[in-house]
Design a protein around this ligand. Structure first.
Ligand code: ADP
Ligand code: MG
Length: 726
C-alpha cells in the first residue's frame, strides 16, 4: 500500500517529528514552526537562499578592484564607531584573512555585525572589491557564517535563525534526512510526460535533490527550472480554472445592436481613434456580443485615451437596450468622469419611448442619452429620484463612486460595468457589481487601470481576466522633459531654478502644479505640509502669483471650487498633495513640481507627471529631492530616463520585487518561493500556455488528480471551494 510515490499533500501531512533527527527536539520544532516550517513538505520547500560554490572561491591575495568576489576567511580584527555627519551612522570595520592576504570589510548601520563576527569567526563574504584608503575592501558584503568543516563543492546555505538558534547546517541535515525518507518510494510526478519533455524538465524527485544537494551549479539550475515551473503552473491553473468556471457558471448578456450608436459617437469625436483604441474597442465589442460575461482588464498608460474606449463599451450596452455604469475610486474622479462623459456624449440620442402624455406617447422615437452621477454627496431627494429613473431605465449611464454598489441601487437592466483604477477596489466590490444584473445575468465588466504592470505580472496577478493594452498615445502630445534637482549630497543644487521656471511659464500664460511631500498614513500631517508649502511659496519664491491649495482635508465643495478655478485659469499654481494623482486634466498646465520626489513610488510619480503634457505646449516635470536611498535614486533616474509607463513598471517590479504585487491578490499560501516574475518571465508565459491546454481539455482537472490536489493545496479555502466543488 505504501509503495505508491509520495504526493505533496502527503508530505504536508507528515509532521517534523516523523524525522528521527527532530523527533526528540521540541525546541527546534517550535523554532522551525515560527519560521513557517511545520511539515516535511515545508522543510523540503525551504530552499537554499544561496550556494557556496567552492569552485568559485577566490584567494584574497588575488583579488582585484571591481571583482565580484567570494572569499572564505576568518576575522582577525573587528571594531565599531560612530561616523560624524548627520544623522550619525554606526560603522563596523573588520579585517579578515585566508592566509593569502588581508581584506578590509565595512558595514554601515549594522552594529550587530560586531557581535556576529567575533575575532576568529570563519565566514563567507560575497561582495564587490573596491579600494578604500589605498586598501582593498568589501563594503556591506553578504555574509554567511560557516563553521565546522564543510566539505563538498557546492554547499547550500539556508536562511537561519539566530533567535531560534537554528543554523543553516542543521536545516541542511534535516532536509537531507527528509530527502532520504522520500528515496524509496520517490515523489509523485503530476506533470504529464509530454509537458516535461517539451520544456526539458527534470522529474520532481531529481529536482528536489538537485536544489538541495547539487553536484554542480548546472544541476542546481536545472532543478530550479523545474520547481519554478511547478510553482507558476499551480498559480496559472488556479487562475485559468477560475476564469473558466466563471464563464461556465454565469450567464452573460449578448449585446445586440447595429453598432450604429457607437459609430455615431466615434464620428462626432474631434479626433480619429488611434489604431490601439480601434483594436481594443473591437476586442471589447467581440466580448460584448458573445454569450459569456466579459471580464477584461484594460491597461493603458496615462493619457492613452481610455475614456473613449470605456464610453464605447457603455454605449454598446445602451444600444442593445441596457444600461451602463462607470465606477471610480474617488468623488473627484467620479465627477470628472461624469463631466467628460456628458461633454463627449452630448447630442447623442437613443431609441426611446416618448414622454407620457405627449402627443407621441406610445410611439417609439428618439430621446437624448441620459448620464447621471451618484456619489455620497448626492442629496437624498435626488438619490430617490435617481433610484426611480435607474429602475425604469430613463437613466442610461450612471457614473459614481462605490455608492453605486449599495443595495438600494437597482438598475432596470445593467449591461456593462466599467471600473476605473482597479487597484483601489476589492474583489468583493467587483463581485457586488456583477450581481446587479437583471434576471440572473451577469453584466460585462471592464476594469481599467492607468498603472501599467508588466505583462507577466499582469498574467499572474490578473490572470483570471482577459487583458487589452492601449500601447499607443494619441498623436500631437508634446513630450515631457523631466529634470531631477538634487537638493542633498555633495553636488547639491538649489531649488531656485525650479521656481524661476514656474514664474517664466506663468508669465507665458501657462499653469503649474506643485506636489507636496508625501506623509504616509497621516492625512492631517500631509495637509499641514501642503499648507506650509503654500505659505512658504506665497511669501517667497512664488509671491505675486495666484496660488490654490488642494489636499485630502479640504472639503469636497472647496475642492471642486478650487479645481474649477484652476481649470478656468483663475489660479496660476495649484499646490496639492497626491489627491491630484489621477484624472485631473488641465491641458494648459505645463509644469509639474514634485517635492521630496524620492519618497514617492514610481507608479505614483508617473501618474503625477501624467498631469502635464496634455496640451500643445511643451511641459516639464521637476523632481526635487535627494537620492537618499539607492532605491529612491534608482526611481528618480528611471523617471528622468523614460516616460514609458510599461518600461517604468518593469523598473518598479525590479526594485520592489513581486511580493507587493502578489500580496494584494493572493490570499492563500504564497506559492512563489523560488519563481521570480522578473527572472522567470518566460516561464510565466509557458506555465500559462500549459494551464490553458490542460484546463481546456479537462476543466476541473478530473483526469489530473495530482495536479488538482496540488492546486487546491495552494489556494485559499474560499477559492478551493469555489473551484473544486464540482
Ligand atoms: P486616460 O484616461 O487613458 O489617461 P483620457 O481618456 O483621459 O486618457 O484621454 C486623455 C486625453 O486625450 C483627453 O483629453 C482625450 O480627449 C484625448 N484623446 C483621447 N483619444 C484621442 C485620440 N484618438 N486622438 C487625440 N486625442 C485623444
Ligand atoms: Mg482617465
Amino acid at each position: 500500500m505504501t509503495d505508491t510515490p509520495i504526493t505533496l499533500a502527503e508530505l504536508d501531512r507528515y509532521p517534523l517529528t516523523s524525522l528521527t533527527a527532530l523527533a526528540s527536539k521540541p525546541k527546534k520544532i517550535a523554532g522551525l514552526a515560527e519560521m513557517g516550517i511545520e511539515s516535511v513538505f515545508d522543510l523540503l520547500t525551504d530552499y537554499p537562499r544561496r550556494y557556496l560554490d567552492r569552485t568559485r572561491q577566490a584567494a584574497i591575495g588575488d583579488l582585484l578592484p571591481g571583482d565580484e568576489a567570494m572569499v572564505i576567511a576568518s576575522v582577525s580584527r573587528i571594531s565599531s564607531r560612530r561616523t560624524r555627519g548627520r544623522p550619525p551612522k554606526v560603522l563596523v570595520t573588520a579585517e579578515v584573512t585566508d592566509g593569502t592576504g588581508y581584506l578590509r570589510i565595512s558595514f554601515f548601520n549594522q552594529g550587530w555585525r560586531e557581535r556576529q563576527l567575533p575575532v576568529g569567526t570563519e565566514a563567507v563574504f560575497f561582495g564587490k572589491v573596491e579600494i578604500f584608503g589605498g586598501r582593498r575592501q568589501l563594503s556591506n558584503p553578504v555574509v554567511d557564517l560557516i563553521g565546522g568543516d564543510r566539505t563538498g563543492r557546492i554547499v547550500p546555505l539556508y536562511a537561519q535563525s539566530e533567535k531560534h538558534r537554528i543554523t543553516t547546517w542543521e536545516i541542511g541535515s534535516w532536509v537531507e534526512a527528509a530527502l532520504g525518507k522520500c528515496q524509496r518510494r520517490g515523489l509523485a510526478e503530476p506533470l504529464p510526460a509530454a509537458v516535461r519533455s517539451r520544456f526539458d524538465l527534470l522529474d520532481r524527485t531529481a529536482s528536489l535533490v538537485g536544489i538541495h544537494r547539487p553536484e554542480s551549479m548546472g544541476e542546481m539550475s536545472a532543478a530550479r527550472k523545474r520547481l519554478v515551473f511547478d510553482e507558476l503552473l499551480r498559480v496559472q491553473l488556479a487562475l485559468v480554472m477560475r476564469k473558466k468556471a466563471l464563464e461556465a457558471t454565469t450567464r452573460g448578456i449578448t449585446h445586440v445592436g447595429s453598432g450604429e450608436l457607437v459609430e455615431r459617437f466615434h464620428q462626432r469625436l474631434p479626433f480619429p481613434l488611434t489604431a490601439a483604441q480601434q483594436r481594443v474597442v473591437s476586442e471589447i465589442s467581440r466580448d460584448l456580443t458573445g454569450p459569456h460575461p466579459m471580464h477584461r482588464l484594460l491597461q493603458g498608460d496615462v493619457g492613452a485615451g481610455k475614456t473613449v474606449v470605456a464610453a464605447s463599451a457603455l454605449l454598446t450596452a445602451v444600444e442593445g437596450g441596457h444600461q451602463g455604469a462607470l465606477m471610480a475610486p474617488t468623488e473627484v474622479l467620479a465627477e470628472q468622469h461624469h463631466s467628460s462623459l456628458v461633454a463627449m456624449l452630448e447630442g447623442l440620442s437613443v431609441p426611446g419611448d416618448a414622454e407620457e402624455g405627449s402627443l407621441f406617447e406610445g410611439l417609439t422615437s428618439e430621446r437624448p442619452l441620459r448620464v447621471a452621477l451618484l456619489t455620497n454627496r448626492t442629496p437624498a431627494a435626488q438619490r430617490r429620484k435617481l433610484a426611480v429613473e435607474l429602475a425604469d431605465g430613463t437613466v442610461d449611464l450612471l457614473v459614481g463612486t462605490h455608492a453605486l454598489i449599495e443595495d438600494t441601487v437597482t438598475f432596470r437592466s445593467l449591461g456593462v460595468v466599467v471600473i476605473d483604477e482597479q487597484h483601489r477596489f476589492g474583489v468583493e466590490q467587483r463581485a457586488a457589481l456583477r450581481s446587479k444584473g437583471a434576471d440572473g445575468t451577469t453584466p460585462d465588466v471592464l476594469v481599467m487601470t492607468a498603472t501599467p504592470i508588466p505583462r507577466t505580472a499582469a498574467m499572474t496577478v490578473y490572470g483570471d481576466l482577459d487583458v487589452s493594452v492601449l500601447d499607443e498615445l494619441p498623436p500631437g502630445r508634446t513630450p515631457i522633459e523631466t529634470r531631477w534637482v538634487r537638493t542633498t549630497g555633495d553636488d547639491a543644487e538649489t531649488e531656485s531654478v525650479v521656481w524661476d521656471h514656474v514664474r517664466t511659464q506663468v508669465a507665458a500664460g501657462r499653469q503649474a502644479y506643485v506636489v507636496c511631500p508625501l506623509v504616509e498614513e497621516s492625512d492631517k500631517l500631509e495637509a499641514r505640509s501642503a499648507e506650509e508649502t503654500l505659505d512658504r511659496l506665497a511669501g517667497g519664491e512664488l509671491s505675486g502669483l495666484r496660488l490654490g491649495l488642494l489636499h485630502g482635508r479640504v472639503s469636497a465643495v472647496d475642492k471642486e471650487a478650487t479645481m474649477a478655478a484652476f481649470r478656468r485659469g483663475e489660479l496660476d499654481v495649484l499646490v496639492a498633495t497626491t489627491v491630484i494623482e489621477v484624472g485631473v486634466d488641465v491641458p494648459n498646465a505645463t509644469v509639474m513640481v514634485i517635492l521630496d520626489a524620492d519618497r514617492f513610488g514610481i507608479a505614483q510619480l508617473h501618474q503625477l507627471r501624467g498631469r502635464v503634457g496634455r496640451g500643445v505646449h511643451a511641459s516639464t516635470c521637476w523632481l526635487v529631492g535627494g537620492g537618499n536611498t539607492p532605491d529612491g535614486q534608482a526611481r528618480l533616474e528611471a523617471m528622468v530616463r523614460t516616460t514609458d509607463g510599461f518600461e517604468l513598471a518593469e523598473v518598479d517590479l525590479d526594485l520592489r520585487g513581486e511580493g507587493t504585487l502578489m500580496g494584494e491578490r493572493q490570499k492563500g499560501r504564497n506559492d512563489l518561493k523560488l519563481a521570480s516574475l522578473r527572472r522567470d518571465r518566460v516561464w510565466v508565459e509557458r506555465a500559462r500556455e500549459v494551464a490553458f491546454e490542460l484546463v481546456g481539455e479537462d476543466p476541473d482537472l478530473g483526469h489530473h488528480p495530482e495536479l488538482r490536489s496540488e492546486v487546491a493545496m495552494f489556494m485559499g479555502d474560499e477559492d478551493a471551494d469555489f473551484l473544486l466543488k464540482s
